[in-house]
Each structure stands twice: as structure tokens, then as C-alpha cells.
Design a protein around this ligand. Sequence first.
Ligand code: G3H
Ligand code: ZN
Length: 286
Amino acid sequence: MRSLREVLNIAQVHNVAVGHFNISDSTQFNAIVEAATSMQLPVLVGVSEGEKNFIGLHNAVALVRAAREQGKEVYLNLDHAHSVEACKEAIDAGFDSVMFDGSKLSFEENVEKTREVVEYAKGDQNASVLVEGELGYIGSSSKMLSAVPEDVEQAMTTAEQAKRFVESTGVDILATSVGNIHGMLKGTTNPSLDINRVSEIARAVPSTFLVLHGGSGVVDSDFTAVIKAGMSIVHINTEIRRAYRKGLEQGLEVDKEQIAPYKYLAQGKSNVEQVVQDRMRLFIKS
Ligand code: G3H
Ligand code: ZN
């Protein structure tokens, strides 16, 4: 199987993006992997700290290994880890990539801790694990929102900061604030993305993979434009969570006596598959 770096190199060269979808359980995992496999596309599965604690660090690794043994091209990312220790643990457990999220720290502290993770990941034994850092604030929750989180607008990433951060840390992947937010606004689409800023950042750090977080609620044309401008990974979580919950509610509603999980979870699973396919179709469109 190709390494994650190889997959991202190809995406970068062809101006397409790899989908990254978060999971909390094995039903969502199966839905994502089946959707990606049916499209013959590689896929990244992510667990944030909360999601990782729920599903289990080693269980997530085991799910990915089992899928790979069946020929599925799936990669595992530790998403938004706030401690260096959590990153080290995931590297040791066999994750393909880890993200140290120091976006709320000062620039200097963010650099220092991110670099510590990079140094650990690049140690001989685990040389293939990719490290992602985050610069600029985009809010913190994958949930339905009533308003754009405070401080987001003032915390947009500049190309100059991105260059300095990449040079000081050695990260493989960079998450930036370019108008994107975590979560989805209720009743409307999310704010539009700053495509020029993405192009400037891509030019400033040409050897780094750029990742768009907060993909839920972004309009289709913005996806196409930012991917063309240089985003090689797109993260989607809120849309997955919402679709899963709606399907679960339907599954429970349709037969109130039903107690077989594989029956009442089925609609949730197929809703998640639908989200993944719809989004992935866009990511390879440009
Ligand atoms: O890391 C996770 C993503 O950035 C998800 O963002 O919930 O807005 O899709 P989202
Ligand atoms: Zn994110």
C-alpha cells in the first residue's frame, strides 16, 4: 500500500484533495471506508482526543489494520491533540499522522511543542509518521453553531507566519485559518473562504501539505477553489455527526420495538456513506 506521504504528494501535484472524516465508532468507520472504497479513493480517518478516548486508541489502529488487510486504502490521523504526550502515544500505537493543535498557544510555545512532536516522529523507528501543526484560530467544536466563533476573524494565518512556522517546526502538514470555522452555522452556509490567502500560503510553503479544517457547511464552489489553490486534505466532521444522528433517530422511530443495533443503526450508516461520497466527489473535481 502507498504511504500517506505518497498519496498526498499525488494529490498536491494533481490539485485534488484527500478526504479526512472523523469517527467515534466502528459503524462510522465502516461507512467511511466503504464509501471511499466504492469510489476507489484513499481516505483519512481521524479521531480527536474525545473521539479517540471513546473508540479506544488501539481499537482505532486495529480497525485500520483490518481494513488494510482487506485491501482498503485507509489512513489514521490523531486530530487536534492538545498535548505532546497524546501525539507520542499515537505515533507509538501506529497512527499514520498526528496533529498537534497549538492554535491557542503563543506562536513561540506552539512552535516549541510542535517541534517536539516532529522530533519524536522523525526518530528512526517511526520515520514515516507525518506531523501536522496548526496556525491561526478557527473555533473548536464540530457542532451546529448560532454564530461565527469570536476571535476567528482576527486570527487568520498570514503567508509570512506560515513560512516561519514551517521553517521552525519542520511540520509535514499545516492547518491554517483562511475563513474556515469548525462547526456549521444553523440555517445558512459557513462564511466564504479567503482563496487568495490560501494561494499566498501555498506559495510560501511549497513543500508542506495544506489542510482545510472545518469543511462542513462550506459551499461547493469554495471547496473547488481552495483545492485548486493548494489544499491537499479536507476535514469533515459536523456533517458526519449530523447525518449519523438523523439516521439514528429515523432508525429508532421507524420501529420502536427494534432492539437489534445493526437494524436501527443502518440508516445512520448509510447517511454517513452519502456525506462521504458527496464530499469526495467534490474533492477530486478540480
Ligand atoms: O478536524 C476536524 C474538522 O476540522 C472538522 O470540522 O466539523 O467543521 O467539519 P467540521
Ligand atoms: Zn479540525
